[in-house]
Design a protein around this ligand. Structure first.
Ligand SMILES: [Zn+2]
Length: 70
């Protein structure tokens, strides 16, 4: 497999479109959501791994997340 084909396949998994609202961010330090944040309250809230703020998920993302879990 050529290197350019590998890069194209990787980009399919890396690019995520969050629409107009953009990716979820911590309301205090503005860190982007990442795998090191701890999700609590069945994914409705998270604890930021940078500033340890307990924050809520934006409702549109929560609805999308919940819908995919069913
Ligand atoms: Zn934060």
């Amino acid at each position: 497999m050529r290197f350019s084909h590998i890069i194209k396949e990787l980009l399919l998994y890396i690019v995520v479109d969050f629409g107009e609202i953009g990716p979820v961010r911590c309301s205090r330090c503005k860190a982007y959501i990442n795998p090191f944040m701890k999700f609590i309250d069945q994914g409705r809230r998270f604890i930021c791994n940078f500033c340890v703020t307990h924050d809520t998920m934006q409702s549109i993302f929560t609805n999308h997340h919940t819908r995919n879990m069913i």
